[in-house]
Design a protein around this ligand. Structure first.
Ligand SMILES: *Cc1c(COP(=O)(O)O)cnc(C)c1O
Ligand SMILES: [Zn+2]
Length: 431
């Protein structure tokens, strides 16, 4: 066995007991598993150089924004198992206008994960999870989803010739995501109930049947999602920002960010930790309540409700890992109303960037934290935009064209097909 093959272990993130691939959680304590790597023994400068060189290299592994960092993701995975579509490599916007909008003195940075192959950050975790499933010889993979995990799973499973089964809350998945999932060939089970019900059902199903579970309780997905952080740090020349804000639902991403930052510091890639700022929707904020109240256990929200369907989750699975991530980075949680989310989305959209509703929670959260004095206006902040604008066209139509349009609505205009009418309208538009 070579060194690479011994360099990753699955262990319980809570009690350290060795884990196994077939279990969703630790039989001893109920904790989730995580992957522990033997981190490469290499000078940080040399490691940074290696990552940078690959970006200009050829071939799918070099050009993927996940597999460029493979030493820190899945060093032992055989290359022939890897299913990639060049995920990652997403743009980091710098916006003065949105920085001002959020109450900051300077610009805000927006890492747009909607620019992934299926339009959300889920592809970064899925390339790793499906590759691992292929290495294990899985014939079928499954997840519960609010829509983006299912789209991503459908795509990667099809690329790997595996059967994809997805459990979604009936009537609570946006049109773009459901259409994408069906088109990409996954079998969809619409569950009567919330995401949390779907999650319970898929856990029960994968316990009984030889189906590989690919929710973010799967520790390999977390490894892939860490690369959002590695890539944004690299884009900032490894000068860490003061804070990273992200929308928080099932808390897989918050956990991944915490692990990535921890490893980046241990490797010497960065010398200080940015604060993590997970933002929840007010109607689905059990994690924010947990952190704010310093309670021992997460109290699930029985009826989660928000326009941001991607984070409409009442019983987030990764709350223990996510709480550690917030504590270790001296972070802060916050909750924002649907109105605040939709206003932030309208601002991001009008800036020419665009994102789905849940993504805008990050910027809405930054604005709220600046207002409450919990975040200094001179902070350098990166907001992660988790999903693409086109994922949820109904939310856009409601805001701009609905019976109760939002304050920055931009509905289309209909005129008689006559040059005079058009000229009069244009004269008014151009002032
Ligand atoms: C999945 C998802 C989230 C939430 O991420 P978690 O890891 O579940 O906290 C946020 N935004 C979008 C667009 C998503 O698809
Ligand atoms: Zn345990």
């Amino acid at each position: 066995m070579n060194e690479a093959e011994t360099s990753s272990a699955i262990v319980c993130a809570e009690c350290g007991a060795p884990g196994s691939e077939g279990q969703a959680s630790c039989p001893r304590c109920g904790g989730l598993f995580e992957i522990r790597h033997r981190l490469p023994e290499i000078e940080p400068a040399a490691l940074r150089e290696r990552f940078a060189e690959r970006r200009t290299g050829r071939g799918p592994l070099a050009t993927s924004g996940v597999w460029r960092y493979r030493e820190l993701v899945a060093p032992a995975l055989p290359r022939e198992a890897i299913v990639t579509q060049g995920e990652g490599n997403t743009f980091l916007y710098e916006s003065e206008a949105l920085g001002r909008w959020a109450g900051l003195d300077g610009p805000v940075w927006l890492k747009h994960e909607g620019h992934n192959p299926t339009g959300s950050f889920k592809d970064r975790g899925m390339t790793v999870g499906v590759s691992r499933a292929r290495e294990l010889g899985a014939a079928a993979v499954a997840c519960a989803s609010t829509g983006n995990t299912s789209s991503s799973l459908a795509s990667y499973a099809a690329r790997a010739d595996m059967k994809a089964l997805v459990f979604v809350p009936a009537g609570k998945v946006s049109a773009g995501k459901l259409a994408q999932t069906i088109a990409l060939g996954a079998r969809v089970l619409e569950v009567e109930g919330s995401f949390d019900t779907a999650m319970r059902l898929v856990l029960a199903a994968t316990e009984r049947l030889p189906i590989y579970l690919l929710n973010s309780v799967n520790p390999w997905r977390i490894e892939g999602q860490k690369t959002i952080v590695f890539e944004l740090l690299e884009q900032l020349d490894w000068q860490p920002p003061d804070a990273i804000a992200l929308p928080a639902g099932n808390l897989g991403n918050t956990s991944a960010f915490g692990k990535a930052l921890d490893e980046a510091v241990r490797l010497g890639l960065i010398d200080r930790l940015p604060r993590l700022l997970p933002v929840q929707a007010a109607g689905a904020a059990p994690f924010h309540r947990l952190v704010a109240s310093d309670a021992e256990r997460l109290e699930p929200e029985p009826r989660p409700e928000t326009v941001a369907t991607a984070i409409r989750i009442g019983e987030p699975r990764s709350w223990r890992k996510a709480r550690r991530a917030v504590e270790r980075t001296a972070g802060r949680t916050t909750a924002v109303s649907d109105e605040q989310i939709l206003e932030a989305k309208a601002a991001i959209d009008a800036a020419g960037i665009g994102c789905e509703p849940a993504s805008a929670a990050s910027l809405a959260g930054v604005r709220a934290l600046v207002r409450s004095g919990e975040l200094a206006p001179d902070a350098r902040v990166v907001c992660v935009l988790t999903g693409h604008l086109l994922k949820d066209p109904d939310a856009i139509t409601r805001y701009h064209c609905g019976p109760e349009p939002g304050p920055h609505a931009n509905p289309p205009v209909r005129l008689p097909a006559e040059p005079e009418a058009v000229a009069a309208w244009l004269a008014k538009e151009l002032g």
